[in-house]
Design a protein around this ligand. Structure first.
Ligand code: ZN
Length: 296
C-alpha cells in the first residue's frame, strides 16, 4: 500500500493511493496515518479494503508528511561508504545517531525555508524507515518485524550550524521545513529489496546525487536494532538512514541552496519530492499558527 496524508497543514486526512495513482479518502477507516494505525494488524486491515469503495479525495490537494504525530525523528550520519569518502570522514565503526526535530517535518512538496542568516543550507536524499510496532532491545534478525514501511526524506542540513558552531549535529538538522517526508508511506511488503533501490536528487534540473541503497554501511535491520538499544521506538517514529554522495558541501567549491532553487528527488518505488527553496524573509515562520511546519 501507498499511504498518504492530504489537505491543509495541520489538518491532513488519511488516504491511500489506488492503482490509478488517485488518492482515496481513508477517513472512515482510520483517524490518521500515525501511531497505532501503523501496526501490523492495522495495516493488514487496511490492506483488505477495496480502494474503489472509498471516496476519491478532491483533486489538487496538498500532500502532507506521509506520517503524522512523529515522536522520535532519528537520523543516521555517514551511512554510505561513498558519501563518507566525499566528506573526508572515516567509515564509522558504529552508526552515527543524531536527532532531527519532529517540528521540522513537512510535506514532500512544501517549500524548504532557508533559516534566517543561513549561508550553507544543503540537501540529502535519504530512505527513511517508519516504525510500526514498539521496539526496545530488538535483535537485527527480528528488527524488520517492527517496521511499517519506507518513505523518502530530504535530510535538509545547515552545514555551518551542524559543523562549525560547536556541540552536536542536531543544530543544523532540525530547522523548520528541514524534514520533508513522503509523498507516500510505502508499506514494506511493496519493496522486495530495500537494499537495492536507486536514488537521485536534482537542483534546478541538474543531477547532484546519484546513488543506491546498496552502498549503505549499516543495513536497515542493523539500524533499527541499534537505535532500539538507546531508546524505545514507538509506532510512527521515523529513522532516516543516510545519504549517498553529491551533497553541496562535498563540491569544489561547495554549492549551497539559495532562494528560487528547486529540488527534485526520488527513490525507486517510493515516489518523488519537489521543493521550492525560499528565504526566511520571504516566508517567515508563523509560530502563532499550529501545525505550520509542525507534524505537517
Ligand atoms: Zn543525512
Amino acid at each position: 500500500m501507498k499511504l498518504v496524508r492530504f489537505g491543509e497543514i495541520g489538518r491532513e486526512k488519511p488516504g491511500l493511493v489506488d492503482d490509478n495513482g488517485d488518492i482515496r479518502d481513508l477517513s472512515s477507516m482510520v483517524a490518521d496515518i500515525a501511531g497505532e494505525a501503523l501496526g501490523a494488524q492495522s495495516l493488514e486491515r487496511l490492506s483488505r479494503i477495496d480502494p474503489a469503495t472509498l471516496p476519491l479525495a478532491p483533486s489538487g490537494q496538498r500532500i502532507g508528511s506521509c506520517v503524522g504525530r512523529v515522536g522520535n525523528f532519528v537520523a543516521i550520519g555517514l551511512n554510505y561508504a561513498d558519501h563518507a569518502a566525499e566528506t573526508g570522514a572515516p567509515i564509522p565503526a558504529e552508526p552515527i545517531v543524531f536527532n532531527k526535530a519532529p517540528s521540522c517535518i513537512v510535506g514532500a512538496h512544501d517549500d524548504v525555508i532557508i533559516p534566517r542568516g543561513s549561508q550553507k543550507t544543503d540537501w540529502e536524499v535519504e530512505l527513511a524507515i517508519v516504525i510500526g510496532e514498539r521496539a526496545s532491545y530488538v535483535g537485527a534478525n527480528e528488527a524488520m518485524d517492527f517496521v511499517a514501511g519506507y518513505c523518502i526524506c530530504n535530510d535538509v542540513s545547515e552545514r555551518e550550524y551542524q559543523l562549525e558552531r560547536g556541540g552536536t549535529w542536531t543544530k543544523g538538522k532540525g530547522c523548520p521545513t528541514f524534514g520533508p517526508l513522503g509523498p507516500w508511506l510505502v508499506t514494506k511488503d511493496e519493496i522486495s529489496d530495500p537494499h537495492d533501490l536507486g536514488m537521485w536528487l536534482d537542483v534546478n534540473g541538474t543531477r547532484m546525487q546519484t546513488g543506491s541503497t546498496k552502498t549503505m554501511i549499516f543495513n536497515l535491520s542493523q539500524i533499527v536494532s541499534y537505535v532500539s538499544h538507546f531508546m524505545i521506538l514507538e509506532p510512527g517514529d521515523v529513522i532516516t538512514t543516510g545519504t549517498p554522495p553529491g551533497v553541496g558541501m562535498g563540491m569544489k567549491p561547495p554549492r549551497y541552496l539559495k532562494s528560487g532553487d528547486v529540488i527534485d528527488l526520488g527513490i525507486d518505488g517510493l515516489g518523488v519530492q519537489r521543493q521550492r527553496v525560499v528565504a526566511f524573509e520571504e516566508h517567515p515562520i508563523d509560530t502563532s499558527r499550529p501545525g505550520h511546519g509542525r507534524h505537517a
